[in-house]
Design a protein around this ligand. Structure first.
Ligand code: ATP
Ligand code: MG
Length: 437
C-alpha cells in the first residue's frame, strides 16, 4: 500500500463540509471588507522566496521544498502567499490600477518541511489578505479588523490580538545594532540555531522557539524603544484606529514575527483554546513597505496577514457550533427494468430544479433500497414501477411524517418543493440544527 507523504493529510468526505463552511465564511467576510480573490501558482522560481521572504528566515533556511525541474529551473513549492501575490502584482502591473489600495485575498496549499505535529503540517492551507498601495495607518487597522472579524464570524471569540511595531528601515537597523551589542556577551547561553541567527540576522534570535522563555531574550532591548519619530507616529495612529473600531488588543513589545520583510506594524492573533495545543497562534501579519521594491517593483507600501486553516478547524472543535446533518431531498426507488430508465430522467429533471437526489446503482432488493435511503437521510422516497408508469404517476413518501401519496408525474417537482417546508422550517425540517428544527 502506498501511503500519504509524512506531514500531509486527506480531507475525507465527512470532514469536507466543515472546510466548505469555513471557506464560505471567508468568502463572505472578504466581500464585506471589499477584498477580491487572487490565485497564483503553487510553485514559483526559488529566487522569489529567497529574496522575498528572506535568506535568513527559518522558512527559507530550513523549510522550503526546492527542486530542479526537467528543464533545469530551480523552483520552490510556495511556503507562504505574500511573495507570490507581490510577484503577480508587479508582473501584471496591478499597482497601476485605478482602484487603490489593492485589497486582495488568497487561499490555498502551502508547503514547509517542518516537524509534523498537531496544527503543524508539511502541506497546509493558508488564507491571507494583502492591502497594497497605501501607507495609511488606517489600513493597518482595517487588516487587523478584517482578521478579527473573520474569527468572530466563525464564532472564535476568545482571542488575544497582539500588536507591536518594528519601525521603518532605519528604526530596524538601529535596533538590530543595539540588539547585537546586547546579545554578544550572552549568545553562548542560547541554542546553536540562535548562534547562527545572531551572526546572520540578530532579529531572528527573538523568534526562537527553543529559547523563547530564556531571560536573555526576555530582557533584550525592545524594537518599540528604537522607533524614529515618524515610525512612532504611525504606530500611535494604528492604535487610535484600533480604539475607534473598538477592538481589544495588547501591545506585545516582544513580538517580531518570523519573516524579514516586515516593517512598522506587526501583529498576531492567538486563540485561548485547549484544542489548539501548543500551536495557539492562529494568524500573523504586518506591514511590509519595502517588499515590492525589493522584488524589482515600484515603491508600494503594503500590509497583510495569513492564517493557517488547519488551526482554525482545530479551534472550531472547541466552539459550540451546531453541525448540519447531511441529507438529500429525494431517493428514487425504481422497480423493474423499464421503469429504471424513466426514473433516471425524472431524477435528472428534479436535480435541474435544484433538488439533491440520489439513486440505487446496485440494483438492490427493495429492503436494500429502503436501507440506502435511510442512510442518506432522504426526505422523500420516490417509488416508481411499471404500474406507476402506466398511470403517469409516482408514489412519494415523506419520511418525516410517514405519509405516502400518489402524485401525477407532471406535478412532481411542484409537489416536492411545496412539501419541503411543510415541517415549517426553511431547511426542510431535517437538519436538526437551524433555529426552527
Ligand atoms: P509558527 O510560529 O507557528 O511556525 P509562522 O510564524 O511560521 O508560525 P507564518 O509564516 O506567519 O507562521 O504563517 C501564518 C500562519 O500560518 C501561522 O500563524 C499558522 O496558523 C499557519 N502555519 C504556519 N506554518 C504552518 C504549518 N507548518 N502547518 C500548519 N499551519 C501553519
Ligand atoms: Mg513557522
Amino acid at each position: 500500500m502506498i501511503s500519504k507523504i509524512k506531514g500531509t493529510y486527506d480531507i475525507l468526505p465527512e470532514e469536507s463540509a466543515k472546510w466548505q463552511d469555513v471557506e464560505e465564511t471567508i468568502k463572505n467576510v472578504s466581500k464585506l471588507f471589499n477584498f477580491k480573490e487572487i490565485r497564483t501558482p503553487i510553485f514559483e522560481y526559488s529566487e522569489l522566496f529567497h529574496r522575498g521572504v528572506g535568506e535568513t528566515t527559518d522558512i527559507v533556511k530550513k523549510e522550503t521544498y526546492d527542486f530542479e525541474d526537467r528543464g533545469g529551473r530551480v523552483v520552490t513549492l510556495r511556503p507562504e502567499g505574500t511573495a507570490a501575490v507581490v510577484r503577480s502584482v508587479i508582473e501584471n502591473k496591478l499597482y497601476a490600477s485605478a482602484n487603490q489600495p489593492l485589497k486582495l485575498y488568497y487561499q490555498g496549499p502551502m508547503f514547509r518541511y517542518e516537524r509534523p505535529q498537531k496544527g503543524r503540517y508539511r502541506q497546509f492551507r493558508q488564507f491571507g489578505a494583502e492591502a497594497l498601495g497605501s501607507d495609511s495607518p488606517l489600513i493597518d487597522a482595517e487588516i487587523i479588523n478584517f482578521a478579527s472579524t473573520l474569527l468572530e464570524a466563525l464564532r472564535i471569540n476568545d482571542i488575544t490580538i497582539k500588536v507591536n511595531s518594528l519601525g521603518d528601515a532605519s528604526s530596524k537597523e538601529l535596533y538590530k545594532e543595539k540588539l547585537k551589542e546586547y546579545l554578544e556577551p550572552n549568545i553562548h547561553e542560547l541554542c546553536p540555531d540562535c548562534n547562527r541567527r545572531y551572526k546572520e540576522n540578530p532579529l531572528r534570535v527573538l523568534d526562537c522557539k527553543v529559547d523563547k522563555d530564556s531571560p536573555v531574550l526576555k530582557e533584550a532591548p525592545k524594537p518599540l524603544d528604537f522607533l524614529t519619530e515618524e515610525a512612532k507616529f504611525h504606530f500611535e495612529q494604528v492604535i487610535t484606529a484600533l480604539d475607534s473600531i473598538g477592538l481589544n488588543y495588547v501591545i506585545d513589545k516582544t513580538l517580531v514575527r518570523g519573516l524579514d520583510y516586515y516593517t512598522h506594524t506587526v501583529f498576531e492573533i492567538d486563540a485561548n483554546l485547549e484544542s489548539l495545543g501548543a500551536q495557539s497562534t492562529l494568524l500573523g501579519g504586518g506591514r511590509y513597505n519595502n517588499l515590492v521594491e525589493s522584488l524589482d517593483g515600484p515603491s508600494v507600501p503594503a500590509v497583510g496577514f495569513a492564517f493557517g486553516m488547519e488551526r482554525l478547524l482545530l479551534a472550531l472543535e472547541s466552539v459550540d457550533k451546531p453541525v448540519a446533518e447531511p441529507f438529500i431531498h429525494c431517493f428514487m426507488i425504481a422497480l423493474g427494468v423499464d421503469a429504471q430508465n424513466d426514473a433516471l430522467r425524472i431524477v435528472n429533471q428534479l436535480r435541474h430544479g435544484g433538488l439533491i437526489c440520489d439513486y440505487d446503482f446496485f440494483n438492490k432488493n427493495l429492503k436494500g433500497k429502503f436501507k440506502q435511503a435511510e442512510r442518506l437521510n432522504a426526505m422523500f422516497l420516490l417509488i416508481y414501477g411499471d404500474e406507476e408508469a402506466s398511470k403517469n404517476v409516482i408514489n412519494v413518501k415523506d419520511t418525516r411524517t410517514g405519509e405516502q401519496e400518489e402524485v401525477p408525474l407532471t406535478n412532481l417537482y411542484r409537489y416536492i418543493v411545496g412539501h419541503i417546508n411543510s415541517g415549517g422550517s426553511s431547511c426542510g425540517g431535517n437538519c436538526s440544527s437551524c433555529d426552527e428544527c
